[in-house]
Ligand binder design. Structure first.
Ligand SMILES: C[S@@+](CC[C@H](N)C(=O)[O-])C[C@H]1O[C@@H](n2cnc3c(N)ncnc32)[C@H](O)[C@@H]1O
Length: 314
């Protein structure tokens, strides 16, 4: 049994199996997105490091004996009947190939993480449109039959250099927010007002009225200072710039501002935050800074070393 704070090197499924049920307040997962490629350490300019590049992790998937074993495990009472029906249906539709293997891998981990959540706990799954539509079905099959709630689909919107020539640039990730029960922890967050609203109304509280045709007519009758507007589900947050202080050269490293929002909204000080794909340690570093207890898992020794150093520097 793992102690309840620290970094663990190894496969997250095996490590999660050693953790106590209902011990985690907030779970976050930023797994490989099914890009069918390998990832390498980045150099100071944000490019994959000089040849021979140092591997970081693989996101290549194919169906093998381990997938057959996973499929058999889904038939046990550890999984809901909906998980089994869904996975058998997906294997039938998609065939025994890379995508089905990836989805099975995710199903087993999401199901195990669900076991670890307290009844007031939440789970955020970070993915992108490559597989988000399938992952939503998997999340539903794990959470909903057991009384869980689909809370939000968050869009993380970022700007980056456009390279696509025959499609629109892919400038967003998807983050699914689920709760284990309707009594989940949620601390309302606020965002700044849009520049146009600030120009018209300043920071005064806007009281909405409705005219005779039912149209909303904002007025600035209240003098109360406003905390901003309630945060919406589209989050414009910059990706980490090549020159940013927080950049560690780990591929797919997420910005601290993104994790800060998730942790502040879905946990309280001293709560336990678990990241099962901790990479460079973004979640654990932000959790520690915000006074939460934390647990990070990764199967890459370099990621664990980086996370250890990052938390140690706080
Ligand atoms: C997308 S990266 C996470 C990046 C991280 N959020 C950050 O900000 O640095 C995915 C990580 O998952 C790890 N990983 C992949 N499969 C794993 C598994 N089965 N068990 C544990 N870690 C795994 C990889 O080594 C990689 O570090």
């Amino acid at each position: 049994m793992c102690s309840l704070e620290g970094l663990y090197l190894g496969d997250n499924l095996a490590i999660m199996r050693g953790l106590a049920a209902e011990s985690v307040d907030l779970g976050y997962a930023d797994p490989p997105f099914f890009s069918q490629r390998n990832y390498y350490q980045l150099d100071a300019g944000g490019r994959e490091s000089a040849k021979p590049a140092k591997p970081a992790f693989s996101d290549n998937w194919f169906w093998d004996d381990a997938s057959e074993l996973s499929l058999r495990r889904i038939t046990t009472p550890d999984f809901t009947p909906q998980c089994l029906d869904l996975m058998e249906g997906l294997v039938k539709v998609l065939g025994r190939g890379g995508l089905a293997a990836y989805l099975l891998n995710q199903l087993e981990r999401i199901n195990e993480l669900h076991r670890l959540l307290k009844p007031s706990g939440s789970f955020y799954l970070h993915c992108d449109p490559t597989a988000s539509h399938y992952l939503k079905l998997i999340l539903d099959s794990v959470f909903i039959p057991r009384g869980g709630v689909f809370v939000n689909e968050i869009i993380w919107h970022y700007r980056k250099w456009a390279v696509a020539k025959r499609k629109f640039s892919a400038n967003h990730d998807v983050i699914f927010f689920y709760a284990k029960s309707p009594n989940y922890c949620f601390n309302l967050q606020y965002q700044d007002r849009a520049p146009s609203t600030l120009k018209t109304f300043g920071t005064k509280k806007i009281i909405s009225a409705v005219d005779e045709k039912g149209r909303r007519i904002p007025s600035r009758t209240s003098d109360a200072e406003s905390a901003g507007v309630k945060m919406a589900d589209v989050w414009p947050i910059s990706i980490i710039a090549p020159v940013a202080k927080q950049r560690l050269g780990y591929p797919t490293q997420k910005p601290e501002a993104l994790l800060e929002r998730i942790i502040l909204a879905s946990s309280n000080p001293a709560d336990l935050v678990l990241d099962i794909y901790c990479g460079s340690g973004t979640t654990v570093a932000v959790a520690a800074r915000l006074g939460r207890r934390w647990l990070g898992i990764d199967n890459n020794p370099d990621a664990i070393a980086m996370s250890k150093e990052r938390v140690g520097k706080l």
